[in-house]
Design a binder for this molecule. Sequence first.
Ligand SMILES: [Fe+2]
Ligand SMILES: [Fe+2]
Length: 280
Amino acid sequence: MPADLVGPKTPLELYRIAKKTGMWDPESIPVAEDLSDWQRLNADQREQLLRICALFYEGEVSVADTLAWWLIAMPEADRRVFLATQIFEEVKHADFFAHYFRHVLGDVDTRSYLNPLYRAVLVDGLRAHGEDIGRAILAANGSGPHADGGKSGAPSPISNHDLDRALGIIEGTLAASGYDYFEEMLGTRGIFQRLLEGIRLVRADEGRHIVHGMDYLRRKLTAHPEYKELVAELFYEESMKSNARAEYIFERNGFGLDRERMIALSMEHLAQRSHEIGLT
Ligand SMILES: [Fe+2]
Ligand SMILES: [Fe+2]
């Protein structure tokens, strides 16, 4: 975890950190310097790297689109302020991967890399959550989802919604595992330095998103312990899908990653998130 995120942080503190450290420009990273590394990869290595980059790009686009719904429905003004930086950052992350495809990996149909297991969680699931929130907003009283700025503490249309836990799984476990893959494939070999530079900046931004998301979820579960069982079930179901998801990444294991080790790291992320929200 970056040093600036150690200890509890309020949404406004996270917003201030985002203003200072989140304003990097993907297009200023000279990614074309990685071309010689890309040209040296064999077919299986290329396929493995393409799968992970395509999944990241699709996930970033999808999260950015869905977060807009969450911001609109969020009853707490400070969290809306922070979420504005998060949406910007997710767009910026998609921008980074698009920039990387354009200059290094080539013209790739990233959608074709979404196998059913990833499409379900990254695209279809998030879209359904967003649409649910939209319907909840429309069904709320005519004064809108947070007409009092969240001051009354009254339940909002999203108080029992599960978008937060879905985002927690995507950002806190799937993406976190993705960074481990990049480090293991590329960092340990000292190759693709510009890709890693961008990934490390993305990861620093995501650290704030996770701190905020886990704090929101922990507070929600403290106020509504009746939701704990549902969240625990979801986390358990996700742990059961880890093997099948990893299978897709290991289908053509050009980089010779250690399957058991990578799955263990992914389980560690899930356990850490469970702890942060007070499940364990
Ligand atoms: Fe992101
Ligand atoms: Fe994020």
